[in-house]
Design a protein around this ligand. Structure first.
Ligand code: EPU
Length: 341
């Protein structure tokens, strides 16, 4: 275990903001993780768990010890019922896992193609896109529980998932997720409930191919849609959607629609209505806006970007302006999706 002092984090966060970790360590297995945690405890360093850095806004240096899990190994366990348990270590880049499972003729993750970040972070915000959330494909999560110093295997129920939320997000310093196990199958049914995905697939005859070929086609299409709207963090720093889509009462949504008839919204199972935050930010004229090196993406107003010279403080100033204006015009409080340091 090699603890590095004063490590730059600029290449380890997808906004590319410059910040440093007082101490930084890469770990590849349980033993090294426990050793790192033990060292932090003895030295009284607060710990910070770093994944792919793609859901993180650094506005300052990180004191204490940054722990970076880098184990990318994946293990495939065939079950007697034809399902395969895919046991992926936390350091595996999520999109690599999606492509690898499809190559092994396992369907189910195709709608979640090209989501940045590592597999260990996927349960934290219950990643979701195009009608599928991690919870729909999850078998279990293996984690070290810091308060009790115990290894746990959590079922999806125990993870308390909801939209972009989980027990891990609610208790940010309690769990170190080391492995994620997915339950996939050659026959996992395709999910085509998301209008933009369905219409992009209309030129294909999906009934002419087998389920895995269909899943690959869906994956290719999701990749194409994402590439057209979401900037590649290697070229333009960003953390995907910067705000959650807010959920409001049906009465509130109805009211808003009288002023904004084109407001995009999705009825929820509980009778409430999810509003497209990107649409509201766009309607306020923020799309393409730039100030102090940061801005709002030209193709998707829900995505904030670093044009190169920006920093976390400038980004937060912009985010707060957006929050204020959405509140003033739509009476809705936007919630920030990434973790702010
Ligand atoms: N819209 C606009 N203008 C904009 C942006 C969006 O009018 O500038 C409209 C779109 O035309 C569309 C609606 O708003 O009618 C929703 O937009 P989109 O389909 O792009 O999806 P989203 O709601 O903005 C969510 C997730 C994404 C996920 C997509 C697809 C959240 C916070 N974001 O975005 O997740 O990929 O749906 O399922 O739920 C992420 O979390 O980082 C992320 C990228």
């Amino acid at each position: 275990m090699n603890i590095i002092a004063n490590q730059s984090l600029q290449h380890l966060n997808s906004f590319g903001f410059s910040a440093r970790a007082a101490h930084y360590v890469q770990v590849t297995n349980d033993e090294q993780l426990l050793e790192a945690l033990d060292t932090a405890e003895k030295k009284q360093w607060p710990i910070f768990l770093l994944g792919g850095g793609s859901n993180l806004v650094l506005t300052q240096n990180i004191a204490g010890l940054v722990i970076h899990q880098i184990n990318q190994h994946t293990n495939y366990q065939e079950q007697t019922d034809g399902t395969t348990h895919v046991v992926a270590n936390a350091g595996k880049p999520w999109h690599d896992l999606v492509l690898e499972t499809l190559d092994r003729r396992l369907a189910g993750l195709e709608n979640l193609s090209l989501i940045p970040g590592n597999t260990g972070a996927a349960p934290v915000q219950n990643i979701g896109a195009y009608g599928v959330e991690l919870v729909n494909r999850l078998h279990s999560v293996r984690a070290y529980h810091l308060p009790s110093k115990q290894w746990l295997t959590l079922s999806p129920n125990q993870c308390a998932f909801s939209y972009r939320d989980s027990v891990f997000k609610q208790n940010p310093n309690d769990y170190v997720i080391t492995q994620v196990t997915l339950a996939l199958n050659e026959n996992t049914p395709a999910v085509l409930t998301y209008a933009a995905l369905e219409s992009a697939l209309q030129t294909h005859d999906l009934s002419a191919v087998d389920n895995v070929a269909r899943a690959k086609l869906i994956s290719d299409t999701v990749i194409r849609i994402r590439q057209s709207k979401l900037p590649d963090p290697k070229q333009l720093g960003n953390a995907g959607s910067f705000f959650k889509n807010p959920v409001v009462s049906a009465a509130h949504a109805k009211n808003l629609r009288q002023t904004y008839p084109k407001l995009v919204s999705y009825p929820q199972a509980d009778g409430r209505v999810k509003l497209a935050a990107g649409w509201m930010i766009d309607a306020l004229g923020f799309r393409g806006h730039e100030a102090n090196g940061v801005g709002v993406h030209t193709e998707q107003a829900l995505v904030l970007v670093n044009h190169g010279g920006g920093d976390g403080a400038a980004l937060m100033a912009l985010a707060n302006r957006i929050i204020e204006q959405v509140q003033a015009n739509f009476s809705v409080k936007l919630e920030i999706e990434p973790v702010i340091i």
